[in-house]
Write a protein that binds this ligand. Structure first.
Ligand SMILES: [Fe+2]
Ligand SMILES: [Fe+2]
Length: 266
């Protein structure tokens, strides 16, 4: 049995609010020179949303000082944050320190686990490559998939956050020969099985911003370099509006706690 702790939302802005706005981006690739652009991006996201999602490659070379740049901004904006790491966050072998820096700043850094914010369940995992459809490697990533979108997530709405792509549609635009390195269709099955409301991923910087599983689960590629190209005149993040399932009746709303815990069996 393990536990994942989630920052409970206590912001006054949620009172009597039914529509939640989730802002998602990925592939920030934070480095020394990114301080101002990261500050501007998070400020813009915080202005438009109630919850922020970061789908991996938060650091450029996986260094703790790069994670600190993002951590400072997470502390400053004071909104719930859910994140997964990407392959670049592992590049220096300091991924545990990177995750810890972001967690200490208040982010829910998920790795095969889930958390709940404002009554919405978030399942997150970096994922893996391996290819799509008939060309997928069959035994790739089996242990990781078992812990993704675990059935303990019992919220009416579920959101999945990955770094690697779960469908080929959102990597279209990348050279076909590198598709096996951009994601795996083995990540798609849990999205359908647990009927997630939407899935966000990054990693495919030259992919396609929107797709869907054959069962109709929307999949959004929110890689920042991609959104910078397609969202002309807009900041590079996607907004998803979703209905809050929390009661807005104060008589039915428990006193806010600093953290809530969800349990998972592995
Ligand atoms: Fe990236
Ligand atoms: Fe990546």
């Amino acid at each position: 049995m393990g536990f994942a702790y989630c920052r409970e939302a206590t912001g006054l802005r949620m009172e009597a609010k039914k529509q939640l706005r989730i802002a998602a981006t990925a592939d920030l690739h934070c480095k020394k020179t990114s301080r101002d652009s990261i500050k501007d991006l998070l400020s813009a996201m915080a202005k438009e949303a109630d919850i922020l999602l970061f789908a991996g490659d938060l650091c450029d070379t996986g260094l703790p000082e790069e994670a600190q740049l993002l951590a400072q901004e997470i502390v400053r904006i004071k909104l719930p944050v859910v994140a997964v790491l990407g392959n670049h966050d592992f590049e220096s072998g300091k991924e545990a320190e990177v995750a810890s820096i972001l967690s200490d700043a208040g982010a829910n850094v998920l790795d095969g686990k889930c958390c709940e914010i404002y009554g919405i369940g978030f399942a997150g995992v970096k994922g893996f490559c391996g290819g799509f459809g008939d060309r997928a490697l069959q035994s790739w990533g089996e242990p990781a998939i078992k812990t993704f979108v675990y059935e303990a997530v019992t919220t009416p709405e579920r959101i999945a956050l990955l770094h690697y792509a779960p469908i080929i549609d959102t990597v279209v635009g990348e050279p076909p020969e590198i598709a096996p390195f951009l994601g795996s269709s083995r990540l798609e099955e849990p999205l359908n099985r647990y009927a997630v409301r939407a899935a966000f991923h990054g990693h495919a910087h030259h992919g396609t911003p929107e797709g869907a599983t054959p069962q109709g689960v929307p999949v959004y590629n929110v890689a920042k370099p991609l959104l910078e190209r397609v969202f002309i005149g807009r900041a590079p993040f996607r907004i998803l509006e979703i209905e809050s399932h929390e009661s807005t009746n104060p008589a039915l709303t428990p006193e806010p706690l600093p953290f809530i815990a969800m349990s998972f069996a592995f």
